[in-house]
Design a protein around this ligand. Sequence first.
Ligand code: FAD
Length: 410
Amino acid sequence: MESFDLIIIGGCASGLVAAINASRLYPGIKIAILERMPRIGKKILATGNGRCNLSNLHAAEHPYTNADFAQYALNKYSVKETLRFFESLGLLTYSDSEGRIYPLSNTAASVLDALRFAVNTENINIYCDYEVKTVKKAKNGFTVNSEFFSKKLILAAGGKASPSQGANGSGYLLAKQLGHSLTDLCPSLTALNADQSVTKPLKGVRVHSAELSIYDLGGNQIKRKGELLFTDYGISGIAAMELASTVERIKAKGVKMDTFTTIDFLPDMSHESLCKYIKNLCISTVLRDFDSLLTGLLPKAVGIAICKAVSLYNSSKKIAELTDFEIENLAAVSKAFPLRITSSRGFDTAQVTCGGIKADEINKKTMESVICPDLFIAGEIADVDGNCGGFNLQWAWSSGLLAGELGGKL
Ligand SMILES: Cc1cc2nc3c(=O)[nH]c(=O)nc-3n(C[C@H](O)[C@H](O)[C@H](O)COP(=O)(O)OP(=O)(O)OC[C@H]3O[C@@H](n4cnc5c(N)ncnc54)[C@H](O)[C@@H]3O)c2cc1C
């Protein structure tokens, strides 16, 4: 049985930085990365639509699930520290107006290259196409698939979102084998299936900034603002994707009632200003009809959908004849367009898993398990997740670097 000082299960975001940090801090130790995919870091290539939104300047204040737990790692290996780490690997970055951080090259391959070259050192052994099926606590360490022994173990096997990218949920079974328990799991950051009679005619239409809201099971209104994209099956874009876990939780409770989201197509305009705008338009431009009434504000197809929703489209009315009540109604529906949501698109297309190894089973200052000594946990497999914008990778880097620092210490 081959022996290592540290075995890392999972060779993607959190696992790779854990290996690099451990190897740099403790140059003499023997490390192995075990990865079920043919190559390490596959998911990184898919992130940020191939650009890898690797972090966010506002990560420290982000409302992660279990933010209190995550805070220690996020402070110790802060955004600044993480960027310094990547710079030491030769990767430079830039941030956009919303604080999202990307590689200067704008390609995710640069991030993976930086990590790949850094793990290519003498003391890190990489086994690809190698799926871990069993882990057992042994005297002074662990046995892995009854083939390897390691003094310390880092579980960095991810969640079960987008299994085609590698993480398929098998890490949860390994955590259970070592005595851990899990919260409920649900897909997060994925598109939503919705009433197709509404969305199909709008297929391909993008609204630059819309605000979607939905009521969760506790009756709280959850709002998300960002780009909205209509598809034949429903809606996508950041605003829709960030509601997926709320939709999933409602459905998981077996709630039979239809779930509705309301879409504010003009979140930066008040109801009053919108009424005034429509009123002025009706007086000043007699040539406009309901097809073009809202084209100064929104894509034409969206304007038509709003007019249809208030039964004005195809009516014999001229816009100059709109009553104050009808104008009020148009404005109200533009700011609260109802759309029935049937479900999220599920784990297959989700970007992250909501839920995981319970936070109170992990020491937040070391990422060491409080159930199983010498086992460390990193990344998405823990019950921490954030919204779109680089927050999930930042958690993977921060927790991975911390797990590497403590897990590599013999
Ligand atoms: C399409 C897509 C786009 C995304 N874009 C962004 C983005 O732009 N910004 C952002 O912040 N986040 C993004 N995310 C989320 C982010 O990629 C993840 O949160 C992050 O990769 C989690 O890192 P991790 O190391 O914990 O897990 P993963 O990156 O999932 O890595 C886990 C690794 O463990 C391996 N593994 C699993 N089980 C086993 C086993 N039993 N044996 C051996 N190996 C195993 C897997 O193959 C995988 O390589 C995106 C996710 C997806 C799917």
